[in-house]
Write a new protein. Sequence first.
Length: 587
Amino acid sequence: MPRVSTASNQPSQRFANAHGKGLKPYQQKQLQRLYQLRLPPSSLVTVEFAQRLGSICQELDYQPISVYLNRRGQVIRVGVGSPFETQIPAWELPRQGAERLSGIRCITTQTGLEGPGQKALTAMALQRLDALITLSVSKSSGHLRRGGTATGFIERAYLAHLLPNGDSRWLVSDPLPLGLLAEQDLQELVEALEDQFRRQLTVRQVDLDQDRAILVGLQESGQSSEDLMDVLTELGRLVETAGGQVLQTLWQKREGPSSGTVIGSGKVQELALLVQDLGANLVVFDRELTPSQVRSLEAAVGVRVVDRSEVILDIFAQRARTRAGKLQVELAQLEYLLPRLAGRGRTMSRLGGGIGTRGPGETQLEMERRAIQRRISKLRQQVQELRNHRQRLRQRREGSQIPVVAIVGYTNAGKSTLLNTLTHSEVYAADQLFATLDPTTRRLNLPNHQAVLLTDTVGFLTELPEQLVDAFQATLEEVTEADALLHVVDLSHPNWEGQIAAVEKLLDEMPLATGPRQLVFNKIDRVDPEWLEDVRLLYPKALFVSSTTGENLDQLRHTLMNLALALGMKGGEDPDRCSSSLAGERN
């Protein structure tokens, strides 16, 4: 990547060409003098300026030169290399919006008669340039000035600019005579384009407070396309549950993630263009990102980049209603944030302007880190007190000799609805992910006048963020301390078998979660009856119910009654009496 000068007040800036060879002093001076030139604000380019660039291009053995100008006609950046090689970093560009261009145009030279290439046009789109002017320099000797210095011969010129709508992202003109190109009015062109961008934005605009997201996935070796689609579908539901709108999904197949940006550089450029085309303000990846990956991706695409864990944490923050839930969510968020503060101070110092970017940099960062560490310590102490309180409640329930059954399962499997139907309660239930965060216990009186305590728990998820597992230990202890578990499965979900495996894996990793487990297939009213019979053959010991219609709930009550007897709570029944009915395992 060639080094380029970035401002006219840096005359000592050294130039290097695209091949990494240093320039001669007189060549550097020629490039530096370009900063002293100024074009009329209404002109895309002048004949004199174009010929001067052509002359310098010849002096540099026809290496491309890219010059960037603002709308006042001032040269703000000069680079030896193509527009793609010399493009302005995202943090140095003026603030942009979907309805505006950057206020910068690029004039570049090249040899050959063809128009600008794909990479040059991509660089124009990524920087939202007002225009890209490409000058084709002839390799002939050109016209000679007094003293024998070549003036440069511009054989053809091309004008390219972005398109607000249509099937293409940009428009490239036919070859134009240099004089005709110089007569075109820059201000009229920019005003017309930005007016079209504004009208397009008004047409597609939704609630400004809603995140408009693009999902990004990576299919690694060994992962099937179906598994990837399941992951991305679930990620889309998570984004929608968090209040966002999914605009489009992008994925790439490669051996493994890139250390810098997860996906390859070409796919990052495609993502950046897609962000601009769709007016997205958020990019969501299907995996946890490192702080450096987030910074690199945000610099490349120009909008906020988050990972799956951050979306889940946001949902939990919205759903937490009790003091216990809010404590645990805050603890999880701070533990997620702490390692991601690294480098933030350097970013603030580099930007040097705008709300949230000014200040002492790393000194402020250290103050934030210490404050967060103190808050984490306090929250951990409060969560421990909460665990102790729940332990006392469990001991009190154990003293009452009433068995406790925890309802577990993948998120949105219908656990809360099942609890409400069985116990005639009004626990909050909704057709959304993580509707329930805090454990809720209700008493269920059985037909034989026995009773069990049913506890609704937080839904499980594939690869639940480590911070959430740690922070929600007090909640998950309701699972580990229960006498038995009802594993509820949404049979209408396309990946119900994968969800069973994910829940069983998490349960097996929990300490003391050794009670009997009963598999309960829910939402059978939403599936085909013939297919349901096939599942019954696969899982002969499982129960098949509908918590909304009440179908087969009597069988579930009978199973719970046998459970109470098996635990010896009534008349010393044989504990092995119902062990087979509680297994619920696949043959």
